[in-house]
Design a protein around this ligand. Structure first.
Ligand SMILES: Nc1ncnc2c1ncn2[C@@H]1O[C@H](COP(=O)(O)OP(=O)(O)O)[C@@H](O)[C@H]1O
Ligand SMILES: [Mg+2]
Length: 357
């Protein structure tokens, strides 16, 4: 087991800078989920840690060692990919044993490790099968098994569940989490799926265009997003954002002619333009609420109902209501905004201004 430390990590392909200085420390035994949109550099980060790409700048340490110059096989990592890349002509046993044979691990030791991994993953009955005789979930387990038998210092997961259907994804998510915790192996789990990231990571790392936007416990990131980007990426539906300005008292928000109280005064200048953020689940229906939402679209999702529409100033927002709430396009909903649920962002930089709570 080992900690992983990444310092000032940069990666360019030709003239294109894909990673623009990544700093991240992952504790021994910790599972970190790296979340970001497609193309933001998640796989590149993982491939650099694995040694499958060369570093353009910065340093990667695993345990006490600087690994920049080490071959992948000498880094003591095991990687699980989205496409399981099992050898089709080999049995489950041989797929799991292959890497160990290559490393000239003695046969009895290989047998013992494969047996142990098969027990952990519930694959004992399937060891003689070929990959084509397995379901998607079983294949994914074999891919996990191949990583486990290596007994690595670090697991690297690159969207390993993306090929599975939704139900199986939930189950495998749970299994991976339990497994990683039980083995106590440091893990980096890359995904574009916020639910997967929220549920799998001890900490969440949100990436955008080759940079880290925020690192924190999943709830911390949800409750105090550091930027508009994070606010819009975490949460479903994402946080509402609309332009407003700070009142002269610096303790209220002005949208068009509506005034919303803030939880306390801010240091920012009065009348400064801001972007106000409020999560759809934090708006409350109340007859004397200051916001009037002209509903033009309703999504009935069962457990909840999401009403979309426009507020003063013609800004689009949505509100998440309990399932079974009766609301139709054409209705006007009066909404109140709990002051401690308001988030404020700088319209220029997109950064969180100050906590209103
Ligand atoms: N070998 C490569 N050569 C050139 N560009 C690459 C290479 N690998 C990745 N990229 C580019 O780097 C960016 C980040 O890719 P990637 O790390 O795969 O993103 P993610 O995994 O977050 O979707 C993308 O714009 C991609 O096109
Ligand atoms: Mg990727």
């Amino acid at each position: 087991m080992a900690e992983v430390v990444v310092r000032e990590l940069r990666k360019s392909f030709g003239t294109v800078e894909v990673l623009k200085g990544i700093d991240l420390s992952i504790a021994d035994g910790e599972m970190v989920a790296v979340l970001g949109p497609s193309g933001c550099g998640k796989s590149t980060l993982l491939r650099l840690v694995a040694g499958l790409e060369t570093v353009t700048g910065g340093e990667i340490r695993i345990g006490a060692r600087r690994v920049n110059e080490l071959e992948p096989k000498d880094r003591d990592i095991a990687m699980v990919f989205q496409n399981y890349a099992l050898y089709p002509h080999m049995t489950v046993y041989d797929n799991m044993a292959y890497g160990l044979k290559n490393r000239r691990v003695p046969r009895p030791e290989i047998a013992a490790r494969v047996k142990r991994a098969a027990e952990i993953l519930g694959l004992e009955e399937l060891l003689d099968r070929k990959p084509r005789q397995l379901s998607g979930g079983q294949r994914q387990r074999v891919a996990m098994g191949r990583a486990i038998v290596r007994e690595p210092e670090v697991f690297l997961f690159d969207e390993p569940l993306s090929n599975l259907d939704a139900k199986l994804r939930v189950q495998m998510r749970h299994e991976i989490r339990q497994l990683q915790a039980r083995l106590g192996t440091t893990g980096i789990y890359v995904t574009h799926d916020q639910v997967e990231a929220m549920t799998l990571g001890d900490r969440l790392v949100v990436m955008n265009e080759g940079r880290i936007e925020q690192v924190g416990a999943p709830l911390e990131v949800y409750e105090r997003p550091a930027s508009l980007f994070v606010a819009g990426f975490i949460g479903s539906p994402p946080m509402n954002g609309f332009p407003a300005r700070l009142g002269e008292d610096r303790a209220s928000l002005v949208i068009d002619r509506i005034r919303l109280p803030l939880a306390g005064p801010l240091a920012a200048a009065a009348a400064a333009p801001v972007v106000a953020g409020i999560r759809p689940e934090h708006l409350q229906c109340s007859a004397d609420g200051p916001l009037a939402l002209a509903v033009d679209w309703v999504e009935i999702l069962g457990a909840d109902t999401v009403a979309h529409g426009r507020i003063a100033g013609d800004h689009r927002i949505c509100v998440r209501l309990p399932g079974g709430t009766i609301v139709h396009a054409g209705d006007t909903l009066r909404l109140s905004v709990p002051p401690d649920r308001l988030h404020l962002f700088d319209p220029g930089s997109g950064l969180r201004i100050a906590d209103a709570s």
